[in-house]
Ligand binder design. Structure first.
Ligand SMILES: [Zn+2]
Length: 271
């Protein structure tokens, strides 16, 4: 039983050639979770799994670079022949179904309910995102314990995640400025997947600097820091170098298509 993280996209705030926006495939036991669905990530997802194999989709927040490929997925599943046996559970901020319905010009999710089963994220409540997706009654799952934490991202509903499986922990900041909730979700993480979007703060923090990501990793006692979601005022390599200098521990640039094995001693399989 393995626990892996495969970045599908790390770019921000827009996709670049060969680099989609935020999206990750998390596999643990029988769980296959598409974690954030930024533009371009649905194409990359298909290198690894079929949509029908997904046990859940998890959306950190409703900025376009984190969720708009749900529209691409809907097209692929409804019209593209990428069949699914049951609606895919989508854990997302509560307004997600209404917002998506607006894109289709509908007052309600309507036919979308045949593709996505939206479930509002509950702050701090662990859920099992293993499969198969429950259609009725209790289902025995063999997936990770996936806990969402409400984080500070410019006043919108936004979450980070703490994913525990077989004694190892992967923590993901989502998009957030430094806040107590990030410390809670990252404590003791073996691997911290952290955004490093901004070069410096101008006004109240909405994102992390590379040094913020490093401080979070140090405080958490993380074994490996994976740097992702670097914004336009930095390059991924520069942000990773700065994070490494400030952290002092193992620091890697998250790379699309690389599968990192999450273990009690950090991430393996990385370059
Ligand atoms: Zn954002």
């Amino acid at each position: 039983m393995t626990f892996t993280l495969t970045p599908l996209g790390t770019a921000a705030p827009h996709p670049q050639p060969g680099r989609p926006c935020s999206g990750y495939l998390v596999e643990a036991g029988d769980a296959k979770v598409w974690m954030d669905a930024g533009p371009g990530t649905f194409a990359e997802l298909q290198r690894h799994v079929r949509p029908g194999e997904l046990t859940a989709i998890w959306i950190s927040h409703l900025h376009s670079d984190h969720w708009t490929d749900l529209i691409a997925a809907e097209a692929g599943i409804s019209d593209g022949g990428l069949g699914i046996e049951r609606p895919i559970p989508v854990y997302a901020p509560a307004d997600a179904p209404r917002r998506l319905a607006c894109f289709y010009g509908r007052p309600d999710p309507g036919p979308l309910a045949e593709v996505f089963a939206f479930r509002p994220i509950e702050d701090g409540r662990p859920v099992d995102l293993g499969g198969p997706a429950p259609t009725s009654g209790a289902v025995e799952h063999g997936g990770p314990e996936f806990t969402s934490y409400a984080v500070e991202h410019g006043g919108i509903e936004a979450y980070g995640a703490r994913i525990a499986y077989d004694g190892a922990v992967l923590a993901y900041t989502g998009d957030s400025g430094p806040c107590a909730e990030l410390s809670r979700l990252a404590r003791g993480a073996d691997v911290l997947l952290a955004e490093a979007y901004v070069d410096r703060h101008e006004g109240p923090p909405v994102h992390l600097t590379p040094e913020d990501a490093a401080a979070l990793a140090r405080e958490a006692g993380a074994h490996t820091l994976l740097v992702t979601h670097v914004g336009p005022t930095l390059t991924p390599d520069a942000a990773t170098a700065r994070a490494h200098a400030a952290f002092g521990g193992r620091t890697l640039r998250a790379r699309e298509g690389v599968t990192y094995e999450i273990t009690k001693n950090g991430a393996h399989g990385a370059s």
